[in-house]
Design a protein around this ligand. Structure first.
Ligand SMILES: Cc1cc2nc3c(=O)[nH]c(=O)nc-3n(C[C@H](O)[C@H](O)[C@H](O)COP(=O)(O)OP(=O)(O)OC[C@H]3O[C@@H](n4cnc5c(N)ncnc54)[C@H](O)[C@@H]3O)c2cc1C
Ligand SMILES: Cc1cnn(-c2ccc(OCc3ccccc3)c(C(=O)O)c2)c1-c1ccc(Cl)c(F)c1
Length: 470
């Protein structure tokens, strides 16, 4: 007779990848009472000296904050971040133009990547039902049995079985490899021609050398640079540029010549010697966009974070989307009482359209900024967005606002933006037609002295053309 008082054995959830999403996911699953085992290929970064390579700071916005809030981490992480209330657009002449994101409370946060990862790992470790296993690299796994093989840095192997495997092992996921061998698994990856490189703006006399509470942007069409503030009063600049442009610059003098031409105001801020040194410190890094579906296999495995959807960083949403994955999965676990056989397919059905939408939006931003966006155009577009939103706050919400400051589903934000764009174009068309007919009527009624009209019209046209092309 099965004893009724024996507690049902806790299901084992293996989180592969102890990066930002994996560490947060461990907290989500641990909070639900699962037996959570995290496997991370790297050593414990809380003991390691420096984490090389990846972007040093990130923009945390509403979606990511909501996920942190769910596991009680929002206040801690926000307190260690720096609010950015507006964009600060740097023109070629060095003029700085702030454009607020919107209402008072609407700001994004610059957070340190490594510190965030450490805090989340420590938070996961506070749950008695969570075990962190570092120096565990997933080598292989089997969907049929849920059996995983990990290899250690000493070459030894370890086999682990779990009820659920959560692949949070990033854009080059080893978990996803098994998905690629299966029929009807859709996969696409795109490396963009741009690379990125990080540079540092040090403090001046112990103080920030630029206004700290801004997302600093130098939009130069093909070349773009951003700077996010750090708590040590430095800024981390990220230079985005085509690889073949990076490759043309081979000497320190050529670096200075390039910055003199495109980002002259940053030379005294970064420093000539530092610029010459840091530019050659690490090679430019690649950026890849990965889309796939389904996100699950049976009731055994699910992909989340960059393992499911790596996006180009031109919307500052990759981590926020991965963090939101955790909330969505948790909500579906609630809905279907932790029944993985129902939860996993439902997660794919609900989440794939949204993660694909943000991947498309990020790529769209990249293409749009690369092609059209210099500082004048950036300012014009954002002021138009803010003006239209001011006129009709409920009807016309800027896409950036929906994506960054709400939890509007990404695919619905995209659809709404397309609808709004159509309305604005129709509106512009309607008012232009009205102006033409109305103007013609007035002209016929009382013809003006045409010579006085040509000059201002030409000036207006030239300024519009200049906006688009200079
Ligand atoms: C230049 C740049 C700027 C960015 N800026 C922003 C931003 O401003 N805002 C934002 O929201 N996002 C930003 N992102 C995106 C963000 O960095 C990623 O979306 C986020 O790091 C994804 O987290 P993740 O945990 O899914 O993957 P990762 O952070 O890649 O973590 C994966 C983890 O899995 C581990 N791992 C890998 N393979 C294995 C294996 N076989 N076995 C075990 N462990 C393994 C890795 O060591 C790593 O710890 C940016 C990205 C870049 C490149
Ligand atoms: C890290 C982070 C967080 N958010 N954003 C972001 C992205 C795009 C934006 O507008 C696109 C646009 C401006 C003007 C016209 C069309 C589109 C805005 C904005 O509206 O301020 C903010 C970034 C970011 C990341 C990389 C680059 Cl290169 C960059 F410039 C900013």
């Amino acid at each position: 007779e099965e004893s009724t008082d024996r507690p049902t054995k806790k299901k084992v959830v293996a989180v592969v990848g102890g990066g930002l999403v994996g560490a947060l996911n461990a907290c989500f699953f641990a909070k639900r009472g699962f037996d959570v085992k995290v496997f991370e290929t790297r050593e414990d970064i809380r003991q390691a000296k420096i984490v090389k390579g990846r972007s040093i700071n990130l923009a945390l916005s509403h979606r990511g904050r909501q996920a942190l809030n769910h596991v009680g981490m929002e206040d801690k992480i926000v307190s260690q971040g720096i609010p950015m209330h507006a964009r600060m657009i740097h023109s070629l002449s060095g003029k700085q133009s702030p454009i607020p994101y919107g209402k008072k409370g609407q700001y994004i946060l610059s957070v340190d990547r490594s510190n965030l990862n450490k805090e989340l790992l420590t938070a996961a470790e506070t749950y008695p039902n969570t075990k962190l296993n570092f120096d565990h690299k997933l080598q292989d796994w089997r969907a049929e049995t849920g059996l995983m093989t990990f290899v250690r840095s000493d070459g030894s192997e370890e086999q682990i079985k779990a009820d659920l495997i959560v692949g949070c092992d990033g854009a080059f996921s080893a978990i996803r490899k098994q998905f690629l061998r299966r029929s009807r698994f859709n996969y696409s990856q795109t490396y963009i021609p741009h690379g990125y490189m990080e540079l540092t703006i040090p403090p001046i006399n112990g103080e920030f050398s630029m206004k700290p509470n801004y997302l600093h942007i130098w939009p130069r069409n093909t070349f773009m640079m951003i700077a996010l503030p750090n708590t040590d009063k430095t800024f981390t600049c990220t230079l985005f540029m085509p690889f073949d442009e990076f490759e043309k610059i081979t000497t320190g003098d050529e670096v200075i010549e390039f910055f003199q031409k495109y980002f002259p105001d940053t030379i005294p801020l970064i420093g000539v010697d530092a610029l010459k040194r840091d530019y050659f410190h690490l090679p430019a890094q690649a950026m890849v966009s990965v889309k796939c579906s389904p996100y699950h296999i049976g009731d055994t495995c699910v992909l989340m974070g960059d393992a499911a959807h790596a996006v180009v960083p031109f919307y500052g949403q990759g981590m926020n989307a991965g963090f939101e994955d955790c909330i969505v999965f948790d909500e579906i676990l609630d809905q279907f009482n932790d029944d993985f056989s129902v939860v996993l397919p439902e997660y794919t059905r609900v989440r794939v359209p949204d993660d694909h939408a943000i991947a498309d939006l990020a790529m769209y931003n990249y293409v749009e900024m690369r092609a059209h966006v210099n500082s004048k155009w950036f300012l014009f577009r954002k002021h138009v967005d803010n003006f239209l939103h001011f006129l009709m706050p409920k009807t016309l919400v800027p896409l950036y606002t929906m994506v960054t400051f709400t939890r509007t589903r990404y695919h619905q934000a995209l659809e709404r933006w397309k609808w709004q764009d159509k309305m604005i174009n129709r509106g512009l068309l309607f008012s232009a037609t009205g102006a033409v007919f109305g103007g013609s009527y007035l002209l016929i009624k009382n013809p003006p002295d045409i010579d006085k009209l040509i000059v201002p019209a030409e000036k207006m046209w030239n300024s519009i053309v200049a906006l688009r092309t200079s």
